[in-house]
Design a protein around this ligand. Structure first.
Ligand SMILES: NC(=O)c1ccc[n+]([C@@H]2O[C@H](COP(=O)([O-])OP(=O)(O)OC[C@H]3O[C@@H](n4cnc5c(N)ncnc54)[C@H](OP(=O)(O)O)[C@@H]3O)[C@@H](O)[C@H]2O)c1
Length: 425
């Protein structure tokens, strides 16, 4: 049985302000999970607290022992490549209890409706910080500038929502957790604003982290082959339209999203060049891998990122120099046992990871596992393919919210003191 996050929030606030003396003797056992719902479908605004409903909730608690919270979930950018997937992952996994789904967009999509299986027909609302703050958790699937302007305001203070941001705006701020739940999910307890990692990093770490735990790490060299979907819906559209034009014999293929026409081409540039000659996309792998896995700065991690004309799912060649000598059988077993990883490695049958097979999958495919000629006994090479809109964005974001539901961080977010949020409006 579920009850709304707002009802619990109301309960906590009123209990704290009006009935502290009544509850003082039982406060240590005051668990939100002990409350029963007033109604599974009704939801009042966090600012619209009704003390009568609080007492009703409290009274029912004695006869109900096993309950779960249910949340109002917001998605900003649900018409885009990542936002669309967030909605579908929420529906398909059905692990995060959603009382109500709210979708926010720009004036381009506000007023249109999106049909969902689980939440009915949802009208896209014009984004507004105050409306987003009414949610319990908000997934941001818009660009970094938008996140910089709005994310902290949505999360700020005891009434703010938990924000899970897909952009790179907050990933490198030391006080903001950057989370892959299978690696550092416990970090979600530290802040109401959580950064979702770069897609290339998230996919690679699913395979790298278990191997690093098993054999240690001296260095990592990654080469990526990244799909057009990494540049969002406009990137996929540009590839498809350009391919059609090319096949129709047109000479001048248009490119606005990519630095050059992508059809029948590869482009060794993703994002802006940095002073050290790497692109920002390449440096994200270095910075984010270190932060998520808590690796020291003297472990070299380098990446070369190349855009290729596939629609979806990124591919990565990863070379790992290990501290311990590698036993190939053990390495394979480590990957077989790793959550979120599917070993696809039967060269005899021509089976290995590919974007076509990884597309639409939650697990990352790993194969072509072999000892590295370059690093001998202390080296492994392998090939990874992962759906970057899922593992590299939407799935990871939803898993973060699920982790926060399970560890109590979502339940306590609205009642937590703003000092815990480490964000200001
Ligand atoms: N694509 C990937 O593989 C990937 C992977 C990891 C992370 N990311 C990150 O995820 C974020 C979204 O990327 P995407 O690829 O999904 O982009 P996208 O396909 O271009 O979608 C952008 C979305 O943002 C919305 N939007 C733009 N301006 C807005 C505004 N002022 N108010 C409200 N909504 C607004 C758009 O909604 P309207 O239609 O209403 O304008 C659209 O739904 C970016 O930060 C990106 O870096 C992307």
């Amino acid at each position: 049985m579920r009850f709304t996050r707002a009802a619990v929030y109301s309960a906590l606030v009123v209990v704290a302000s009006s009935t502290s003396s009544i509850l003082s003797s039982t406060s240590s056992s005051f668990q939100v999970s002990a409350f029963a719902p007033v109604s599974t479908n009704s939801r009042s605004s966090p600012t619209n607290k009704s003390s009568s409903s609080i007492f009703r909730v409290g009274i029912m608690a004695s006869s109900e022992s096993k309950t779960a919270l249910s949340y109002t979930v917001g998605i900003v950018g649900a018409t885009g490549a990542v936002g669309k997937e967030i909605r579908q992952v929420l529906e398909n996994r059905n692990q995060l209890p959603v009382d109500k789904l709210r979708i926010f967009g720009s004036s381009r999509s506000a007023g249109t409706t999106i049909d969902t299986e689980s939440y009915g027909s949802v009208t896209v609302e014009l984004f507004d910080v105050d409306k987003a703050r009414e949610c319990d958790v908000v997934f941001l699937a818009v660009d970094g500038d938008f996140a910089l302007e709005h994310a902290e305001k949505i999360a700020a203070g005891p009434d703010g929502a938990v924000v899970i941001d897909n952009s790179s705006a907050f990933r490198y701020k030391p006080e903001i957790p950057l989370v892959v739940p299978e690696i550092n999910g416990e970090e979600t307890k530290k802040s109401k604003l959580i950064a979702n990692p770069n897609c290339t990093t998230a996919i690679g770490l699913m395979a790298l982290w278990p191997l690093i735990k098993a054999f240690g790490v001296k260095r990592v060299i990654m080469s990526t082959y990244q799909a057009s979907s990494g540049a969002g819906q406009p990137g996929m559209d540009e590839l498809q339209e350009g391919t059609r034009a090319y096949l129709n014999g047109e000479k001048n293929i248009q490119n606005k999203i990519f630095a050059h026409p992508l059809p029948f081409n590869v482009i060794p540039q993703i994002d802006k060049f940095q002073e050290n000659g790497y692109t920002k996309e390449e440096m994200k792998v270095t910075w984010e891998s270190r932060k998520i896995c808590r690796l020291s700065d003297d472990i070299p991690i380098s990446c070369s990122a190349v855009r290729i004309p596939t629609i979806r799912a990124h591919s990565e060649v990863i070379v790992l120099e290990t501290e311990e000598p590698v036993d190939l059988k053990k390495a394979r077993q480590v990957l077989e046992d790793a959550p979120g990883v599917k070993v696809v490695d039967n060269p005899d049958k021509l089976e290995y990871p590919m974007p076509l097979t990884a597309t639409g999958q939650y697990d990352v495919e790993v194969g072509r596992l072999r000892k590295s000629i370059a690093f001998g006994d202390n080296g492994l090479e392998f090939f990874v393919c992962g759906d970057q809109l899922l593992r590299g964005a939407a799935l990871n974001a939803v898993l973060v919210a699920e982790a926060m539901d399970k560890n109590g961080a979502l339940a306590s977010a609205k009642s937590a003191a703003s000092a815990d949020t480490k964000v200001d409006a």
